[in-house]
Design a protein around this ligand. Structure first.
Ligand SMILES: NC(=O)c1ccc[n+]([C@@H]2O[C@H](COP(=O)([O-])OP(=O)(O)OC[C@H]3O[C@@H](n4cnc5c(N)ncnc54)[C@H](OP(=O)(O)O)[C@@H]3O)[C@@H](O)[C@H]2O)c1
Length: 316
């Protein structure tokens, strides 16, 4: 594993981190996700990313993770960076969603109970809230860090301008923003329009989520939609309708370049993000340990020739 400094902080993150959005919920097979966690940690993945609502059902990924940490990883807590978030709908009524101090503080308390942890390493506000004053949300992050319930604060899905404001407020409170978690992959490039510059200028790390576009940027969909894929499942956000003929043609062309580089498409898609030193870590998912092992080999070659980059650009 390679470790990269997270912005201008004291923390280093593994170049590849593991997210528990899918495959770790109440509907999933315990021995499989336990094995994914072991494969990850044994490969030097020290960072595990959760959120209050991961499952399904919501909360079950934190419960399952907590059970395995207690059983298998207790002696290793100080070698792990565990994150969770609040910001999307979690419980009924006006206090279980968005960005109030009430929601963030009580949600983290619930998350800590589910995971049976005293603290998380990073606590994120999961998405910007158009109605709550940004000062209130950032004050809540500052409070949580001062209470020792999280060591660092982060933001996710914030567009460039709002991220810049949040970073400034957090700095003034004395709790610098450690990291931003945006969606970023070859197929989703909004961060290139200003956010990455803001993060670099302010010394904040960047951990792209869904770097494989939920599996589209792998060899999974080269010939349509396999039965055991995320797109074929009833739960989740990748729909069959996302796997268009145009996408499949694009994926096949990208795969040809990956083969020439001696990589799988997943490895090339991750390397393509990691070529930019502003990217602290890529936050991948996996439905089985073998996928993780495949994806991790991206680190063997993160360099691209000008010709390769131009060819990729043309396909995208
Ligand atoms: N902050 C936010 O709003 C937000 C939103 C979404 C996600 N996230 C975070 O980002 C993490 C990763 O998201 P993601 O799961 O969408 O990431 P992803 O890495 O883009 O997609 C992971 C999926 O791709 C397939 N896959 C992975 N490696 C493969 C390989 N080597 N070969 C073939 N297929 C492979 C698997 O799907 P199959 O099931 O088809 O096998 C796997 O579950 C989440 O767990 C979460 O922590 C954050």
């Amino acid at each position: 594993m390679q470790y990269r400094r997270c912005g201008k902080s004291g923390i280093k993150l593994p170049a590849v981190s593991l997210g528990l959005w899918h495959n770790f919920g109440g509907v999933d097979v315990a021995e499989n996700y336990r094995s994914i966690l072991h494969t990850a940690f044994d490969s030097g993945i020290t960072h595990f990313d959760l959120a209050n609502n991961y499952g399904p059902p919501p909360g079950s990924a934190e419960e399952n993770f907590g059970r395995i940490v207690e059983r298998d990883f207790t002696g290793y807590r100080d070698e792990m960076i565990i994150s969770t978030k609040a910001g999307y709908t979690m419980w009924d009524g006006p206090y279980g969603d968005w960005g109030s101090k009430k929601y963030l503080v009580s949600s983290l308390d619930q998350s800590l109970k589910r995971m049976k942890l005293d603290y998380v390493d990073i606590f994120y506000h999961h998405r910007p809230d158009p109605d709550t004053p940004l000062e209130e949300t950032m004050n809540a992050l500052d409070l949580i860090v001062r209470q020792g319930k999280a060591l660092y604060a982060g933001i996710s899905n914030y567009p460039a301008e709002k991220a810049s404001e949040a970073i400034t407020i957090l700095k003034s409170l004395g709790t610098p923003c450690l990291i931003h978690q945006p969606k970023y992959s070859m197929f989703e490039r909004w961060v290139e329009g200003g956010l990455l510059d803001v993060l670099e200028k302010d010394g904040v790390g960047c951990i792209p989520f869904s770097p494989l576009a939920q599996g589209l940027l792998t060899n999974k969909y080269l010939h349509g939609i396999p039965e055991d894929s995320r797109a074929a499942k009833a739960t989740g956000f990748l729909k069959k309708s996302h796997v268009t003929d145009e996408r499949v043609a694009q994926i096949n062309k990208l795969n040809d370049i990956a083969i020439k580089r001696g990589q799988t498409l997943a490895q090339m898609a991750l390397a393509w993000l990691l070529k930019d030193q502003r990217i602290t870590s890529v936050l991948i998912g996996a439905s089985r340990p073998e996928q993780l092992i495949d994806s991790l080999k991206c680190l063997d070659n993160i360099g691209f020739s000008k010709e390769e980059l131009a060819q990729i650009e043309e396909i995208l």
